[in-house]
Design a binder for this molecule. Structure first.
Ligand code: SF4
Ligand code: SF4
Length: 74
């Protein structure tokens, strides 16, 4: 059975400007607005590591890291 890659997604709330871009663009709905309107990671287990959120966030508030493997580009 192929092992599913796991990712760690971090939102720096201090930088988040509540624009909602990451929530709109994430194909796996990993983010939701929290009570403070900022983005929160709620379904990290669904992340496919596309990094759209990291590239689209205008405030550099997000980064995505692959867990387990060090260099898993395929
Ligand atoms: S794209 Fe960046 S600034 Fe916008 S809601 Fe997401 S984390 Fe916050
Ligand atoms: S890397 Fe892709 S799937 Fe993962 S949280 Fe960001 S936009 Fe969503």
């Amino acid at each position: 059975m192929a092992t599913k890659k796991k990712y760690a997604v971090t939102v720096l709330k201090d930088r988040c400007k509540e624009c909602g871009i990451c929530i709109e663009f994430c194909p796996r709905k990993v983010f939701e607005r929290g009570p403070d309107e900022k983005s929160e990671v709620v379904r990290v287990e669904d992340c496919i590591g596309c990094k759209l959120c990291q590239y689209r966030c205008p405030d550099f508030a997000i980064w995505v890291e692959e867990e387990g493997e060090k260099h898993g580009e395929s």
